[in-house]
Design a protein. Structure first.
Length: 198
């Protein structure tokens, strides 16, 4: 029953958030469209509930830049000055309110990861796919990208197995603290985190 309540609350909060933020988000979207000279959104496929694919929305923080061989440059070389600011303030995640509204994500849950990771999880780690991915989560308020994959997944499973609305509230409050402290945005040597390799 609590999961049903969670889903209803998620949609209500997402709808309210989009209504309240409609003017600043519209202005930001226009400014980013001008800055990037095109689509201001980064749309990518991620693993959702039970590992099913869905399209995740974010504001762009990088440009599509290639080397002389046509290979995509590293994240460090492609991230923009504006992108760094968006990431520090977690503003790049705001379009995911659309994902929450369409039911592919929750406000709180394990972060959505690449589809290719589905085949790399152990049975224990695969439990993270038993709940909708979230904009924020237990791992995000306990180190974010500064902790290794093993600890991240352990926290994801801890969240899934101990879920409650009070747990969600705790994570939301801690998320605000983490954003203001700007902690764990990137792992040493990476714009976000090293790829998971199983």
């Amino acid at each position: 029953m609590s999961l049903r309540v969670k889903h209803i609350l998620d949609k209500f909060i997402a709808a309210l958030g989009l209504i309240v933020l409609i003017i600043p988000l519209t202005i930001l979207t226009i400014l980013l469209a001008i800055y990037y000279r095109g689509n201001p959104f980064y749309i990518t496929e991620r693993a959702g509930l039970y590992g099913h694919p869905f399209k995740l929305y974010k504001y762009k923080s990088m440009k599509m830049l290639y080397d002389e061989n046509g290979e995509l440059l590293s994240d460090e070389e492609r991230i923009t000055t504006v992108g760094k600011i968006l990431r520090k303030l977690s503003i790049d995640e705001l379009p995911q309110l659309i994902n929450v509204l369409n039911g592919t994500m929750s406000i709180v849950g394990p972060r959505p990861l690449l589809l290719e990771y589905n085949e790399l999880y152990s049975d224990y780690e695969r439990q993270r796919l038993l709940m909708r991915p979230g904009i924020t989560g237990w791992a995000q308020v306990n180190g974010r990208n500064n902790i290794d994959w093993k600890k991240k997944f352990a926290m994801d499973v801890e969240y899934v197995t101990n879920y409650s609305l009070l747990f969600d509230l705790k994570i939301v409050i801690l998320t605000v603290v983490v954003i203001f402290k700007r902690e764990g945005i990137s792992q040493d040597g990476y714009v976000s985190a090293e790829k998971f390799r199983g």
